[in-house]
Design a binder for this molecule. Structure first.
Ligand code: PSV
Ligand code: MN
Length: 388
């Protein structure tokens, strides 16, 4: 049986990075519903992220999105983070909200547009230098809508050339994390649609390029844990963008749609060394809270990752390996299900109390008065949201 102290130690060391855009207004293409107290600046987003860390103890890192989080002085933003016990995490590029990018960015047929996109990515690395961020996270909206619209292979070549330019610019301790998504906004071809395409591009670039698995970016029924196991085996899993989906890229709270899938993914992470510091897997959230209160939703999401992690760490791996060796299908499956069916909430409550935290982070946040305070104080100005 797994040693409970070792499980608790691993849970204490786990770090879950939250996205700056999760604190801002968001919605669908039909409507963005504004909420009271939403941050107006990247500094205020960090103030909210600090509450998530205060009540969970495991969320000190915040991913930025450029230009949504553009500021005059990035060192000042990093200091603001540090003063609140936070660090700035991955810098996410944005090459999808400019008219020039109608036919793509780094894969665009026009070299001028490709250059413009690459310049933006290089600017993101400059920002990383100023903030101390280690990861450049790339998601490209590039693709085509109609058969014949562009040359599939030529677009891969342009992608490779653009990425190589940015790769050369990375510092020794900086990484490039290449995300894939099977469709949307392009509907016929997407230039990085799957883990294989991302992997092939990263392999050519070198060790500092790794794949990001956004759990919402697969066709229904895809076995995501298989992809995770395979990437870990190849040393190419850079991190996760966690969220839940029912239909498309829904960006709902992680673990809400399919907690069993999240457990299966984290079991492969645990089994294949993905929780070891040296493996350097970034556990990030990529979510939008369109109708629910944002800060408690981020807290809930962090807790969902913790619960699935605890269950994954509780798998009796010796018993599992023994059953697998003897081809005992039923026992193998039962060992896994025993861990999944364990109620880990008491363990996590105890752990929080041992760390001087309140056992129920959402209740603690609600009782803190922060929500009322920001609703009263953050009046005037422009609330952060898509494109801001
Ligand atoms: C768009 O699909 C997306 O959700 C990607 O997953 C990125 O990680 C995120 O937006 C931020 O650009
Ligand atoms: Mn993502």
């Amino acid at each position: 049986m797994p040693d409970i102290d070792a499980v608790k130690a691993a849970l204490t060391e786990q770090r879950i990075e939250t996205p700056s855009w999760g604190y801002g207004n968001s919605g669908t293409r039909f409507k963005v519903f504004a909420q009271d107290g939403v941050p107006r600046t990247p500094f205020e987003k960090l103030d909210d992220a600090a509450r998530v860390h205060e009540f969970t103890g495991v969320a000190p890192k915040v991913s930025l999105h450029i230009p949504w989080d553009k500021v005059e002085d990035y060192a000042a933003l990093a200091t603001h983070a540090k003063e609140r016990g936070l660090e700035l995490g991955a810098v996410n590029s944005n090459t999808f909200q400019d008219d020039d990018y109608k036919l793509g960015s780094v894969c665009h047929p026009d070299p001028r547009v490709r250059r413009k996109a690459v310049e933006h990515l290089l600017e993101c690395v400059d920002i990383m230098d100023a903030t101390g961020s280690k990861d450049l996270k790339l998601w490209f909206a590039d693709g085509t809508n109609y058969p014949g619209q562009d040359d599939i292979v030529a677009r891969q070549d342009r992608l490779a050339e653009s990425l190589a330019t940015v790769y050369q610019r990375l510092g020794d301790d900086q990484r490039m994390l290449l995300e894939y998504k099977f469709f949307e906004p392009a509907f016929y071809t997407t230039d990085v649609p799957d883990w294989g395409t991302s992997y092939v591009q990263c392999l050519k670039l070198g060790d500092k390029a790794q794949v990001v698995v956004d759990t919402g970016h697969h066709a229904p029924g895809t076995n995501i844990e298989f992809i995770v196991a395979l990437l870990l085996r190849e040393g190419k899993l850079g991190g996760f963008d966690f969220n839940s989906r029912f239909y498309a890229d829904d960006d709902l709270m992680v673990g809400s749609a399919d907690p069993f899938q999240l457990f299966r993914i984290l079991h492969e992470v645990a089994k294949n060394g993905g929780f070891e510091k040296e493996t350097n897997v970034a556990f990030m959230l990529d979510q939008c809270h369109n109708i629910e209160a944002k800060i408690p939703a981020v807290i809930r999401s962090v807790m969902n990752v913790q619960e699935a992690t605890a269950k994954a760490l509780l798998v009796d791996r010796d018993a599992l390996a023994a059953a697998q060796r003897t081809g005992d299908v039923l026992t193998s499956n039962a060992v896994l299900m025993d861990a999944y069916n364990t109620d880990v909430r008491p363990l996590l409550r105890d752990l929080r109390e041992e760390q001087g935290l309140r056992p129920d982070p959402v209740a603690a946040y609600r009782a803190s008065g922060w929500q009322e305070r920001i609703a009263a104080e953050r009046v005037g100005g422009e609330q952060a949201g898509w494109g801001a």
